[in-house]
Design a protein around this ligand. Structure first.
Ligand SMILES: *Cc1c(COP(=O)(O)O)cnc(C)c1O
Length: 484
């Protein structure tokens, strides 16, 4: 073998080292609970990631040792049962093993005639069925819901303006498109408007009601008003599980409004859409089946290791027309490797694409949809458990209704924002629990989003106990000491 090959001279050595690496990461997962959720990163560890480009080889074992010492202990901690910040999935060992297989196969899922693409289409079929979409629906793995929402905006834009917009640009259309989302919608919706060239001013933010759901009367009024003003409403985003509080917009009613006003109905179901897997939650998502497109993630409630987002589009033709473009070097055949058209690259901006479908396929097959649904239900049961303890404790105050798996609350005190923010950073540094914060009605809330399949009542108990202890301690301290 030539000196230039990257394969080992001795496969047995590599095999032994590979087995050690596998054992180490399985040990990590098995004993996760004994670790801090997160720990502050020592300065010398940060410094180690500013070395010069290595010119000479190193031992795989030595590099792995550095991973174990300097990388593994200083991740965000979302695999840990005590992690409740933002909306992060926990990942599962089966998905991890599948990811290793995918990397070994090194499949490029841009297109061509290969079973890895059939695996991705299998996931598409499963999701079509789960969400009640027709057989003609198309879909694609993407990095995450941010990208999936962007794709939805682009498909809807091309659908309303016609494919000419792809060559002539937006200005030539002479139309002023308008999109609509609630005040609880994720920031990536505005970002999608920005990136697509429509501009964030073309997104109208509709206020929410007391349950943090889109006020549908206000939406309808806005649609009528904009149409009268000569603007072109084209895109309405319903959210299934808002990032702040987990509110679910009334999807069935939204679907009717979109039909009446002839606008594209998109659902951002980043984490919430997979609630369809849980029989007790599924009815909350009624109306999802009427969407023109759904963006969601397998890496949140689906527990698939990062990253694994998905875009599902009802009308395959409109999806294809928004992205397909001829290129001599991507010529299609009916036989050989270049067969199998249309290819995934015809449905999105990526040409080279990894095999995200494999870890998702393994996860759904090995655990089964029913079990995944039970995991999702359990996170909501834990949220209700946390809610009950908050409501029962006069030192704490619930700040939003608990709709799914997200609980927003505060420690009751004067200087509330200051002290609650301090509680959260102290919780992080303690390694006991990692909630995040949000602002609701102008007040800072401690926000626990229970997404991880590993989280149990004992983790909720630990969060409560530490919050109460820290709250009492900080409340007794003068402000000058709180800042340090
Ligand atoms: C997480 C989330 C997003 C963004 O998804 P990514 O996978 O992080 O890109 C969008 N919308 C909602 C409601 C989310 O919870």
């Amino acid at each position: 073998m030539s000196q230039e090959s990257l394969d080992p001279a001795d496969w047995n050595d590599l095999r032994a080292q590979g087995h050690r690496m596998l054992d180490d990461i399985l040990d990590y997962l098995e004993h996760l609970r004994e670790r801090p959720v997160w720990q502050p990163i020592p300065t010398e560890v940060r410094h180690r990631f500013h070395e010069a480009l290595p010119q000479e080889p190193s031992d795989l074992a030595a590099v792995h040792q550095q991973f174990m010492a300097d990388i593994l202990p200083y991740a965000v901690g979302n695999a840990h049962p005590g992690f409740m910040g933002w909306v992060h999935g926990g990942g599962a060992p089966v998905g991890m093993l599948a990811e290793m297989l995918a990397a070994g196969l090194n499949a490029n899922l841009g297109g061509r005639d290969q079973i890895p693409v059939a695996v991705e289409r299998q996931i598409l079929e499963w999701m079509r069925t789960l969400f009640g979409f027709p057989e003609t629906a198309s879909g694609l793995f993407v990095t995450g819901t941010s990208m999936a929402n962007l794709i939805a905006v682009l498909v809807a834009k091309t659908a309303i303006l016609g494919t000419r917009v792809r060559t002539e640009g937006l200005a030539a259309s002479g139309q002023q498109l308008r999109a609509y989302a609630s005040a609880g919608a994720h920031g990536c919706i505005a970002q999608a408007m920005d990136i697509s060239g429509l501009g964030t001013d073309a997104l109208r933010i509709i206020p929410v009601n007391a349950r943090f759901e889109m006020d549908l009367e206000r939406l309808e009024a806005a649609l009528v008003e904009d149409r009268r003003a000569g603007l072109t409403p084209f895109f309405v985003v319903g959210t299934a599980g808002t990032v702040d509080v987990g509110a679910v917009d009334s999807l069935a009613t939204l679907a009717g409004i979109c039909r009446r006003h002839a606008v594209w109905f998109h659902v951002d179901g980043a984490y919430g859409a997979l609630g369809r897997l849980a029989p007790d939650l599924a009815p909350r998502l009624d109306g999802l089946e009427h969407a023109d497109s759904i963006a969601f993630d397998f890496h949140k409630w689906g527990q698939v290791p990062y990253d694994a987002g998905f875009i599902l589009v009802r009308n395959d033709t409109l999806h294809h027309q928004a992205f397909a473009s001829p290129a001599a070097y991507l010529r299609r055949e009916t036989r050989g490797v270049a067969a199998g058209s249309p290819w995934p690259c015809d449905y999105g901006p990526d040409l080279s694409r990894g095999f995200r479908a494999l870890k998702t396929w393994f996860t759904l097959k090995v655990y089964g949809a029913r079990h995944m649904g039970a995991v999702i239900s359990h996170t909501c049961a834990l949220a209700r458990y946390l809610e009950q303890h908050i409501v029962a404790n006069p030192a704490l105050e619930l700040l939003a209704p608990v709709s799914l798996n997200i609980v927003c609350f505060r420690y009751r005190c004067d200087r509330s924002d200051l002290i609650n923010a301090r509680i959260v950073t102290a919780l992080h540094e303690s390694g006991i629990a990692v909630p995040s914060t949000t602002t609701l009605h102008g007040r800072l809330a401690i926000r626990a989003a229970i997404v991880n399949h590993r989280t149990q009542e004992e983790d909720i108990d630990a969060l409560l106990k530490a919050t109460l202890a820290l709250g009492a301690r900080f409340n007794a301290m003068p402000t000058s000491e709180l800042d340090s």
